[in-house]
Design a binder for this molecule. Structure first.
Ligand code: DQA
Length: 156
């Protein structure tokens, strides 16, 4: 149960391109869990951590950039799986750096065990940290890590 003294945190969860296909997309790599299931478990986990979750999926880079800008003054943290934009999007990286909202990057697959073009992340250098390779659990571990980081920052 969340402690009564904990301040409520608003967390923006961003899912990038093709993650709407989770459950049917390359299940050998990404597993059988759907995006709706991931979001609903994140909401449940969030309650335990006194975090309110708002989740958005988009296949469009600009929509993700806009969502990051709109997060200012509304969200204390961002959890992001930018999908393929991880490896290509300077715009998403610059948006995250621009708003300077603490961000944790997650991936279902271990991107370092896969093709070389997935080994580089534009987001990792400006993120608090990255969790990669635990399937859907990467999201829940990422949320815990983000909440822990924000709580620690609150105390300082
Ligand atoms: C992914 C890894 C990316 O390389 C890929 O383009 C995705 C999903 C993951 O969660 O493992 O779309 O971010």
């Amino acid at each position: 149960m969340p402690s009564n003294t904990e301040i409520h945190l608003n967390i923006l969860v961003l899912h990038g391109p093709n993650l709407n296909l989770l459950g049917r997309r390359e299940p050998g790599i990404y597993g059988a869990v759907t995006l709706a299931e991931i979001n609903s478990r994140l909401e449940q986990e969030g309650e335990q951590l006194s975090c309110k979750i708002f989740a958005l999926q988009s296949n469009h880079e600009g929509i993700l950039v806009d969502a990051i800008h709109d997060a200012l003054e509304k969200y204390q943290g961002i959890l992001i799986n930018a999908g393929a934009y991880t490896h290509t999007s300077i715009a998403i990286r610059d948006a995250l750096a621009g708003v300077a909202i603490p961000t944790v990057e997650v991936h279902l697959s271990n991107i370092y065990q896969r093709e070389a073009f997935r080994h580089h992340s534009f987001i990792a250098p400006i993120a608090v940290g990255q969790i990669s390779g635990f399937g859907a659990d990467s999201y829940y571990l990422g949320l815990q890590a983000l909440a822990h980081h924000l709580r620690k920052a609150e105390k300082n």
